[in-house]
Every structure is written in structure tokens, then in C-alpha cells.
Design a protein around this ligand. Structure first.
Ligand code: HEC
Length: 115
């Protein structure tokens, strides 16, 4: 029975491959975009990996969306964020959804606001 495992695994990979290719053609999924943000801004945007990276969790949704549009349109200059918008192919709908998503996350900013 154990000897069948590699075959089953290989069959699973073969089935997954076309799905992965289709996803690539359509661009990254929303979850993949969220995961990309988390790589720098931390899980749920609440714990950035570097002190200079901003906390985006709990920030106002319209502020977040405005910042993302400003990077995209070159009104706010930051090479790191501009390249993210390009690489992830963020649409207007994505930007609004990302703003909404991160505004709802539990945030250390909220603790600071309460003081
Ligand atoms: C490679 C690291 C990296 C990734 C990945 C990344 N960011 Fe950023 N982000 C930054 C840095 C650095 C800044 C600060 C740029 C500046 O000074 O303008 C920033 C700034 C921002 C700001 C402005 C925050 C403010 O307070 O004005 C928003 C909003 C933002 N990022 C959202 C996102 C979203 C949404 C994603 C995922 C789609 C993302 N970022 C992915 C590094 C990253």
C-alpha cells in the first residue's frame, strides 16, 4: 500500500497542474494578493516585518484605497509599493476590496487611538 503513495501523489499533481496554469493566466487570486501584502505588512496587515513598513490593519478603508491609487497613478512615489501594484495586477475593484479588508482587521493602531 505504501508503494502506491508516490503514484497517487503524482496523479494529484498532474490534476492540479492545469488548474494552476489557468489561475496564472487569470492573474493572482485575491487570496494570493492578500498573502503578498502579508509578506511585508505582516499577518492581517497588523505586524509589519520592518519598523519602517506601515501598519495597514485598522486604517480607514478610504485612506487605504486612496494610498493604493496614489502609488498606482504615480502621485505617491514609492518603488516598493508601485512594483507591488504592477506585479499583482491590482484592479480598482481589488483596491477597494483590499482597503475594506484591511480596515476591518484587528490593529495595534486602534489601541493607540483609544488613549
Ligand atoms: C515588499 C514589501 C511590501 C509589500 C509586498 C506590500 N507593501 Fe505596502 N508598503 C510597503 C512599504 C515599504 C510602504 C511604505 C511606502 C511609503 O513610504 O510610501 C508601504 C505602504 C503601503 C500603504 C500606505 C500606508 C499608509 O499609511 O499610508 C498601503 C495602503 C499599503 N502599503 C498596502 C499594501 C497592500 C494592500 C499590499 C498587498 C497588495 C502591500 N501593501 C504589499 C511595503 C510593501
Amino acid at each position: 500500500m505504501t508503494s502506491l503513495r508516490p503514484i497517487i501523489l503524482a496523479a494529484g499533481l498532474a490534476l492540479a497542474a492545469p488548474a494552476m496554469a489557468a489561475e496564472e493566466a487569470a492573474g493572482p487570486s485575491f487570496d494570493q494578493k492578500l498573502a503578498a501584502c502579508a509578506a511585508c505588512h505582516g499577518e492581517n496587515g497588523a505586524k509589519p516585518i520592518m519598523a519602517e513598513y506601515p501598519i495597514i490593519a485598522g486604517q480607514h478603508a478610504d485612506y487605504l484605497a486612496a494610498a493604493l491609487r496614489a502609488y498606482r497613478d504615480g502621485r505617491r512615489n514609492n518603488a516598493v509599493m508601485a512594483s507591488q501594484l504592477q506585479a499583482l495586477q491590482l484592479t480598482d475593484a481589488d483596491i477597494d476590496r483590499l482597503g475594506d479588508h484591511f480596515s476591518r482587521q484587528t490593529s495595534p493602531l486602534a489601541a493607540a487611538k483609544a488613549r
